[in-house]
Design a protein around this ligand. Structure first.
Ligand SMILES: [Zn+2]
Length: 80
């Protein structure tokens, strides 16, 4: 049991947020993406404002605003 748990941690798989392909977390310099291509694509979408805050945030509920804030924080964390 311990061995399998250890292996599950070492081989932890994540899903690429860009294309949805499975990729491993360890030793993956492009994480959470599967490849440099996906990383660049996602950063490009982010930079072009696809995920940006709306111009008029007053249309959003407090919950939606909090959600957007969480997303941008996670995003900023990924880049460090
Ligand atoms: Zn990908």
């Amino acid at each position: 049991m311990i061995f399998f748990a250890w292996r599950a941690i070492k081989m932890r798989k994540i899903k690429c947020p860009e294309c949805g392909a499975e990729t491993i977390w360890e030793n993956n310099e492009y994480r959470p993406f599967c490849s440099e291509r996906c990383k660049l694509l996602d950063l490009g979408a982010w930079a072009s404002g696809e995920y940006g805050l709306p111009v008029e945030p007053t249309n959003l509920t407090e919950e939606e605003l909090a959600e957007l804030e969480k997303l941008s924080e996670a995003k900023a964390g990924n880049e460090r």
